[in-house]
Design a protein around this ligand. Structure first.
Ligand code: ZN
Length: 499
């Protein structure tokens, strides 16, 4: 073994440990921590993250990267080559940002978040507008740090996208999204003109304790391993990986909204399957994580929508659900339930959107953040631009900013740019993936009707999960489908299901 490579690996393993330690703090904060612990916990997380960042940009790392760059590819294993590529990328990106900038930006984010909470409650966009302007300046400054050498860009949103979804660009996604929008807008119009299915039963009384019991049972029965994870309650569900044997999910219970818990559990299980299915050789290394935000989202959406909203899935699970909630579902047939959970309706709120309209919400935000960053849209004009676009794409117009441009936390606790594309990349790739899985194993739907997911799990593990971050997103997409990311399989899936 080459000493420089060995030291580089140990350093990056320590960096990865620090990041996981921050994840434990974050998991605890979002599940069990007493509410008054926020301030000290925020500080602890920032300290651990700073330590990880400092370890990453140490001058010693640059030296080791230089030494290992001299090793000929032919003598390295595939895992080593992938490790070096990712290590270089992480170092290069982290070292472009001046020390102190991140801390200042985080401080600003924390202040903005507080203001946004009140602004949204009071429907007062003007209160948060100056903060948003400053966020855009910070985000723009961040873009500028990258506009040199091999990270030079053509649009200021490029480095933000590159950060979350390596290899993708603003221009490339604009073309892809334009295709998708062209298909979706008329499809949504057509579907909304049809009769609305019955959905009254979804908001009946669903007691918390019975929901928790059902959701744990559901997670287990779709293949989530409770020896290597656990499920807890939270406000905004998420999955977190603390190690190969500790991948946790969270869900949310709403006693008068059955779908909330069910689809959160299936969605987060999908994220967890990805992390649990990585090759054991990648454990504890920086390759031991899903490869990007968009690819991760494709795996959660595949389970949530392609699997979890299918008729086959509920053919098996619905009788169990009915037994759990006989008062609420006794008079509801499987077909009514299936149509109810797949009701398509243009709405104002992204997080409540169905799978057909969802991407329109995302693409509106994608275009707006691109315009805010390149200066073609001013913050003062944001509320009107937002409402106009909702009217054009979804045929609905928000009557307040709280239901419009103040609804999502992303720009008010984060940067502007690169925040949203991952959701749509995920939806598109989930359809490509599922299509490829069905082509290889046409018996998958039949097996789902028996509550059997083993073939699907094995296919996903073999074709996607095992690689972790060894393949970058576009390499993985090519590897799985033989094509680039495309909107066609997704649109075909929607048309097949809904028309
Ligand atoms: Zn997700």
């Amino acid at each position: 073994m080459y000493p420089a490579l060995q030291s580089l690996k140990s350093r990056f393993a320590e960096i990865d440990d620090l990041r996981r330690a921050a994840s434990v703090l974050h998991w605890d904060m979002s599940t069990h921590m007493p509410q008054d612990g926020t301030i000290s916990r925020g500080r602890m997380i920032a300290t651990v993250e700073k330590a990880a960042h400092e370890k990453l940009i140490e001058p010693g790392v640059a030296g080791l990267l230089e030494e290992t760059a001299a090793l000929p590819d032919a003598i390295l294993s595939a895992d080593d080559r992938a490790f070096l590529r990712l290590a270089r990328r992480q170092f290069l990106r982290a070292s472009k940002i001046p020390s102190g900038f991140k801390a200042e930006f985080f401080q600003h984010m924390a202040e903005t978040y507080e203001v946004w909470i009140h602004a949204r409650k009071l429907n007062d966009f003007n209160a948060v507008a100056p903060f948003l302007e400053k966020t855009i300046s910070y985000s723009r400054a961040l873009s500028d740090f990258f506009n040199t050498g091999e990270t030079a860009w053509t649009h200021p949103m490029d480095p933000h996208i590159e950060d979350a979804d390596p290899g993708m660009t603003t221009a490339g996604l604009e073309t892809l999204f334009a295709d998708l929008r062209r298909d979706l807008v008329p499809l949504v119009r057509e579907l909304s003109s049809r009769g609305r299915p019955r959905t009254d039963f979804l908001s009946r009384a669903y007691p918390k304790s019975r929901q928790v019991e059902f959701l744990n049972w559901l997670a287990r029965n779709i293949g989530y391993d409770f020896n290597r994870g656990r499920q807890d309650l939270t406000h905004h569900p998420f999955m977190t990986k603390l190690g190969a044997g500790d991948v946790r999910i969270t869900t949310r219970i709403n006693e008068t909204n059955l779908c909330d818990g069910i689809f959160s559990t299936i969605h987060e299980s999908g994220h967890a399957f990805y992390e649990l299915g990585l090759s054991p050789s990648l454990d504890g290394t920086i390759l031991g994580h899903g490869t990007s935000a968009g690819i991760h989202e494709s795996q959660s959406r595949l389970w949530e929508n392609q699997v979890g909203r299918s008729r086959e899935f509920w053919t098996y699970f619905y009788p169990h659900l009915q037994t759990c909630f006989p008062e609420a579902l006794g008079d509801v047939s499987l077909e009514e339930f299936y149509c109810g959970i797949n009701c398509v309706e243009p709405s104002l709120i992204r997080t409540e959107a169905d799978e057909v309209t969802y991407n329109l919400h995302v693409m509106i935000r994608f275009d707006i953040e691109s315009q805010l960053l390149d200066g073609s849209l001013q913050v003062k004009d944001l509320p009107v631009a937002w409402s106009d676009r909702y009217e054009a794409d979804l045929g609905v117009r928000p009557s307040s900013d709280a239901q419009g441009c103040l609804q999502d936390v992303h720009w008010y606790y984060g940067g502007v740019g690169g925040m949203f594309q991952g959701y749509t990349i995920g939806n598109l790739f989930s359809a490509q993936c599922f299509e490829a899985a069905l082509e290889a194993h046409p018996e998958i739907p039949e097996a789902m009707m028996q509550g059997n997911f083993s073939t699907l799990h094995s296919w996903l593990k073999e074709n996607i999960y095992q690689y972790g971050s060894s393949l970058f997103p576009q390499e993985l997409i090519h590897h799985v489908t033989g094509h680039d990311l495309s909107s066609k399989p997704f649109v075909a899936y929607l048309k097949r299901k809904y028309l």
